[in-house]
Design a protein around this ligand. Structure first.
Ligand code: PMP
Length: 411
């Protein structure tokens, strides 16, 4: 694979030009939560605001027309990114959470009946659990969990037992935001479609790291967030195949999503408008295109190669510390995320001590309480990589962990 010039890439992210008040550089190891923004994305947002901002889909005047055009160009960029058939299948939302709620309530709320089954698993983020629990409660459907293997992968041996004609929905993350596990999307897609169910993918963690192809993988609904893809906050995507979108109810009602409003009833516009009630996050939606083009310009293959080598190196260095447990599968099944605990050190104390050295990591349950219950820990420390991380970041992580161990009198 082609090697990335990481120094040049870091230069494109203004945040890395700054040092912290104590003089240490920023060691940002929390891109799984939200990624830093390249200058081009920051500029794209500013340019809209400075030169031609207006509301969308309302005005015929020049600013309005330009905004509409740019929004449609962004929709088209996202269509190309995930290889959807038509840009009307790309719905702007506020993020993955909103998208998953729209899928759960909009499709599930309309089609699920008592006794139907929704298949999840313990590695899902709360955003891909709680909406389904709520829909199940309202429809009488049942939420089931496909077991995980001891090393934190989906137990594919047990698919027959859990995917049956009762299974109306299988919703799964492309990549675990804790274990880093990359799930076998094509196989899962085939298995759920064999029983006539609908396949939903939470791509919040996969879209920033790997090629996602809704046609090749026959994904029915997909959700992701702009902010993890080096893009703006407040913007996300819900993809739905067009025939399914027709059978999906909107979750929000109001302006723009209607066809005709009468005194006592209304009819809906076609997708995507049907799912985009009210004023969109216009600036963020337009700048999402810049983020998409940015990652496409770097290339997923090169990005993946770089992130794999970082993850491998960090994995090896972490394992050299006594008392470290890294959760999840072996490195070949993992994306750019490592979660661990260290004997004798509370994750919050570790995160706080690392912060003193300018090393930013996340601690806690990472919105995956059922997974942490299964792992038998209430909290872990998570290191996650973006394309701008480098070997120096790992060296500083290791140095900071040594400092933390010393402070905690662990060695
Ligand atoms: N799913 C996964 C796998 C995630 O990692 C996240 C973000 N931590 C979400 C869903 C929720 O994304 P957002 O907060 O942008 O809605």
């Amino acid at each position: 694979t082609q090697l990335l010039d990481i120094a040049a890439i870091r230069d494109q992210f203004p945040v890395f030009r700054e040092t912290l008040p104590n003089g240490s550089p920023v060691t940002f190891l929390d891109s799984g939560a939200s990624a830093q923004k390249p200058q081009c994305v920051i500029d794209a947002e500013r340019e809209v605001l400075e030169t031609h901002y207006a509301n969308a889909y309302r005005g015929v005047y020049q600013f309005g027309a330009q905004i509409d055009e740019e929004l449609e160009a962004s929709r088209e960029a996202v269509r190309r990114l995930i290889n959807a058939d038509d840009s009307s299948e790309i719905i702007f939302t506020s993020g993955t959470t909103m998208s998953l709620n729209m899928i759960a309530f909009g499709w599930g709320g309309r089609h699920l009946k008592a006794g139907d089954e929704i298949l999840l698993n313990h590695m899902e983020h709360h955003a891909n659990i709680v909406p389904w629990q709520q829909v199940a409660e309202r429809t009488g459907a049942v939420v089931r969990y496909l077991p995980l293997t001891a090393d934190g992968r989906l137990d594919l041996q047990r698919l027959d037992e859990f995917i049956t004609p009762k299974t109306k929905i299988l919703s799964v993350t492309g990549m675990s935001n804790v274990l880093g596990t990359i799930n076998p999307i094509p196989e899962l897609s085939k298995r759920i479609h064999d029983v006539g169910g609908v396949f939903v993918v939470d791509a919040a963690q996969s879209v920033p790291h790997q090629v996602v192809d809704v046609i090749a993988d026959q994904i029915d609904f997909l959700a992701f967030s702009g902010h993890k893809l080096y893009g703006p906050t407040g913007i996300g995507i819900m993809y739905g195949r067009s025939d399914l979108l027709e059978q999906t109810d909107p979750l929000l009602f109001g302006g723009h999503m209607i066809d005709r409003v009468y005194e006592d009833h209304s009819s809906w516009a076609e997708a995507p408008a049907k799912f985009e009630a009210g004023t969109l996050p216009i600036v963020q939606a337009i700048a999402l295109k810049t983020a998409v083009e940015y990652v496409e310009g770097i290339g997923f293959e090169a990005m993946h190669g770089h992130e794999v080598s970082l993850t491998q190196s960090a994995h090896q260095r972490l394992m050299e510390f006594p008392g470290v447990t890294i959760y999840g599968p072996s490195i070949e099944h993992k994306g750019a995320i490592l979660s661990f605990t260290m004997e004798g050190a509370h994750p919050e104390d570790l995160a706080q001590l690392l912060d003193r050295k300018g090393v930013f990591v996340r601690h806690g349950h990472h919105c995956t309480m059922p997974l942490h219950d299964l792992l038998g820990v209430s909290s872990t420390v998570r290191v996650s990589f973006g394309l701008y991380n480098n070997q120096d970041d790992i060296d500083r992580l290791v140095d900071a962990l040594q400092f933390a161990r010393h402070r905690l009198r662990l060695g």
